[in-house]
Write a protein that binds this ligand. Structure first.
Ligand SMILES: [Zn+2]
Length: 299
């Protein structure tokens, strides 16, 4: 079994998500990363220019720039695409990376709790997720139902990688509660890596529930493509709750309810501020239970 030796904690992949930015700063200033023998912990402030500007990104979302095809494309040279190539040289190269495990820190304006985003469903990632869920309160595991072979996330540079995304917290703000939840998740993920290396994991149960995304709901718009309704007040902060055909999902500015039409679903990223540029009002997911032995969905 390949050992996990070098772990990267990345903050500021999105420059206005200050929880990770401050965790990386705090750990750096306090030399926190040196105290994890035999593991080597490295800290990365991913997008300093976006952090200075207090923006998610300057030209392109950095966390969408790490596909192999884009990293290899000489014409992909806006600020974030250049930065992605630089980070890939520093931590990677992707496919044969110098570092073993990347924990990338994000926040959400939605009530996502401690959301662990998986981009791989192998033994390490499913057991890591089960461990975090067992050891911490209010952890929800999410993934795309169809995993990309060549993912665009920063954490895909290494063989092992997750996103830790805590919310609700506004963009550009720090709250101790979100900081503390993020730091606990990072510490537990490091602890897991050490126990995984030593093959000393506790009993993690037989299966793990993963909320699996299958669709998005866009805001209603005018003919000029301007948003003309709000997410229904009953759904605000109700992430992971269920909706069915007929659930009021938007309220127009005249006060009229607009109803959901579609298959039964759970909602997530409800009214996420970072998704307004794409006019996404919320995402739809449903739980899938993965067997921790076969690593396949059950039934
Ligand atoms: Zn983010």
């Amino acid at each position: 079994m390949a050992m996990i030796e070098t772990i990267v904690i990345a903050g500021g992949t999105h420059g206005n998500e200050l929880t990770g930015v401050n965790l990386v700063r705090h750990w750096r200033d306090n030399h926190y990363a040196v105290n994890h023998q035999p593991l080597t912990i490295e800290l990365l402030q991913a997008n300093p220019a976006a952090i200075n500007a207090n923006k998610r990104y300057l030209e392109k979302d950095l966390n969408r720039c790490f596909k192999l095809s884009e990293l290899a494309d000489p014409k992909a040279n806006n600020q974030e695409q250049q930065l992605a190539k630089q980070i890939n040289q520093q931590l990677g190269p992707k496919g044969d990376a110098r570092v073993d495990f990347i924990i990338d820190l994000h926040t959400s304006t939605a009530n996502m709790q401690t959301n662990i985003v998986l981009i791989k469903m192998d033994d390490f990632h499913l057991k890591l997720a089960a461990y975090l869920k067992q050891q911490l309160a209010n952890v929800v595991i999410t993934s795309e139902s169809r995993l990309m072979d060549d993912h665009h996330f920063l954490c895909s540079i290494a063989d092992k990688g997750i996103v830790v995304e805590v919310g609700p917290i506004p963009q550009g703000a720090i709250e101790y509660d979100a900081y503390q939840k993020t730091e606990s998740a990072v510490k537990k993920a490091i602890e897991f890596a050490d126990r995984y290396n030593r093959q000393q994991l506790p009993d993690l149960g037989e299966s793990l529930e993963v909320m699996s995304y299958f669709s998005k709901v866009y805001f209603p718009t005018t003919q000029n493509d301007e948003i003309n309704a709000a997410v229904h007040p009953d759904l605000i902060h109700q992430d992971y709750s269920q909706i069915t055909t007929g659930t009021p999902i938007f309220k127009s500015f005249d006060g009229e309810d607009i109803y959901y039409q579609g298959e039964n679903a759970h909602i997530a990223f409800v009214n996420e501020a970072a998704y307004y540029d794409q006019k996404i009002a919320l995402c739809l997911c449903n739980p899938i239970r993965y067997c921790l032995t076969s690593l396949k969905p059950l039934g």
